[in-house]
Write a new protein. Structure first.
Length: 470
């Protein structure tokens, strides 16, 4: 039974989708005015792992991630770079897709863009005005926060105690300083779309409501995002969506903890701001994913080189066992011992961990326990049946690769790399045999010692010399 923490109820709940086995999942994507930072990467990667695990459990996941391609930040960047807002959005959208692919994040079912859904946005705004939840002031349309009696139910904030937040524009036209823009009257030189209230562009919050309802329905299963979006963005999404549809908006809200750099908040002013592609220049996607999976998605993460180096070192254990498996598969020995190995218990431990609110740290620990037990079994047995290695590979593909994304099993690359490694080891074995036949025991012993230091143990038998990778 999968259980998850629902920000809305502030409780761990059993996951029961609205229309099983189908699951609708929405995540707030990037505002495409720059390269996304490593804090964003945490949100995208952890959402990816949750989506992968739901699919592992047999659900058909419709995974929707929006792209905000019109916004004040995009317009400001276009002015700074002396280009159009659409060109800025295009360039950084392309960079976004490049980076998530490198981070081994599965493509979403769809990536709706704000500028491609203006009709849906205008339709929802019109409904909100008709329902008395929004008002027009000289071409600017605002949502009336006081009209929604449940405002604050996600964040726990109370209207009468709220102060104007960082994303709330103070404007004289507003009836209440907490009211937020649904439609912004265009300024000279800015991109705009026509509407019955005049030329303008959508506010930030309304686009997510319009696009999620369009693609997932007026009520859907999971909405995810960073903790920083709980208020005001997600709170405003609930208010405007439920005021428009008169239905519950989302059943389960999932939020990801903050990422700090060396125990400080990431900030350009502090000089500790890193984009995902900057980190990818130093570390592999698998190392980054392993590092992030070793912390629970709801808790904070301290990001530093020492911890990433430790994750990179831990990854070597997975690479070593992968290399051992590939070597065994190439040898294709089917006459060896098929040991009793309890694969099912490891699979159960893995699922038990993730069923408890996606406890990835425990799931990672199970995988490393599995690798340790596999290595012990290999060391205890001289000759193992091919089926054992196939079982090991299938387990790692199912868990470490397909769910956590911390291993990669590219069959073509694996085969090429393993064949090359196998042939090189055979060359060294032949050189050693030749040295022994010429009574050059010093060279033969040196070859054996060097291979041993590389984790390759040679075994001399009546049939010849074989090798075992540790």
């Amino acid at each position: 039974m999968l259980k998850l923490y629902n920000t809305l109820s502030r409780k761990v709940e059993e996951f029961v989708p609205l229309n099983p086995p189908n699951v609708g999942m929405y995540i707030c994507g990037p505002t495409v005015y720059d390269y996304f930072h490593i804090g964003n990467a945490r949100t995208f990667i952890m959402a990816d792992i949750i989506r992968r695990y739901l699919e592992y459990k047999g659900y058909n996941v419709k995974f929707v991630m929006n792209l905000t391609d019109i916004d004040d930040k995009i317009i400001n960047k276009s002015i700074e770079e002396k280009t159009s807002a659409s060109e800025v959005a295009k360039r950084y959208s392309e960079a976004f897709f490049e980076d998530i692919q490198r981070l081994r994040i599965k493509p979403a079912t769809m990536y709706p863009r704000a500028t491609a859904n203006i009709d849906e946005i205008l339709g929802m705004i019109k409904t909100l005005i008709a329902n008395g939840a929004a008002y027009n002031v000289d071409g600017n349309v605002f949502y009336s926060v006081s009209s929604f009696k449940q405002y604050g139910k996600l964040s726990g904030k109370k209207i009468d105690e709220l102060e104007v937040g960082a994303r709330v524009e103070v404007m004289e036209e507003k009836q209440n300083p907490l009211d937020f823009a649904l439609w912004k009257k265009s300024k000279e030189g800015e991109p705009f779309w026509t509407s019955e209230w005049g030329n303008g562009r959508p506010g930030w919050h309304i686009e997510c409501s319009a696009m999620s309802c369009k693609h997932l329905g007026e009520t859907f299963d999971i909405h995810a995002g960073g903790n920083d979006l709980i208020f005001p963005h997600h709170e405003n999404e609930i208010a405007q969506s439920e005021a428009a549809t008169r239905k519950p908006f989302v059943k389960y809200w999932l939020h990801f903890g903050f990422l700090n750099i060396n125990k400080e908040k990431m900030s350009k002013s502090l000089g500790n701001f890193f984009t995902a592609r900057e980190v990818l220049a130093k570390y592999s996607a698998e190392a980054i994913r392993l590092f992030l999976a070793q912390a629970h998605y709801r808790g904070p993460v301290d990001f530093n080189d020492e911890l990433l180096d430790a994750a990179d070192k831990g990854l070597e254990k997975l690479k070593n066992i992968q290399s051992t498996i590939n070597s065994a598969l190439i040898k294709n020995k089917s006459e060896g011992t098929n040991p009793e190995f309890d694969f099912q218990s490891f699979e159960k431990r893995f699922t038990d961990a993730l069923d408890e609110d996606f406890n990835t740290p425990q799931a990672v620990a199970v995988i490393f326990d599995f690798v340790k037990e596999v290595n012990r079994t290999i060391a205890d047995k001289d000759n193992l049946h091919l089926n054992f290695y196939i079982g090991v590979k299938n387990y790692l593909i199912t868990t470490a690769a397909n769910v956590l994304g911390i291993m990669s099993f590219d069959e073509k690359e694996e085969k090429q790399d393993s064949l090359l490694e196998h042939e090189l080891i055979k060359v060294l074995i032949d050189l050693r045999l030749k040295a022994k036949s010429e009574k050059n025991f010093q060279l033969a012993d040196e070859i054996r010692k060097k291979l041993d230091r590389l984790g390759i143990t040679l075994k001399d038998t009546k049939e010849g010399t074989d090798y075992l990778k540790r």
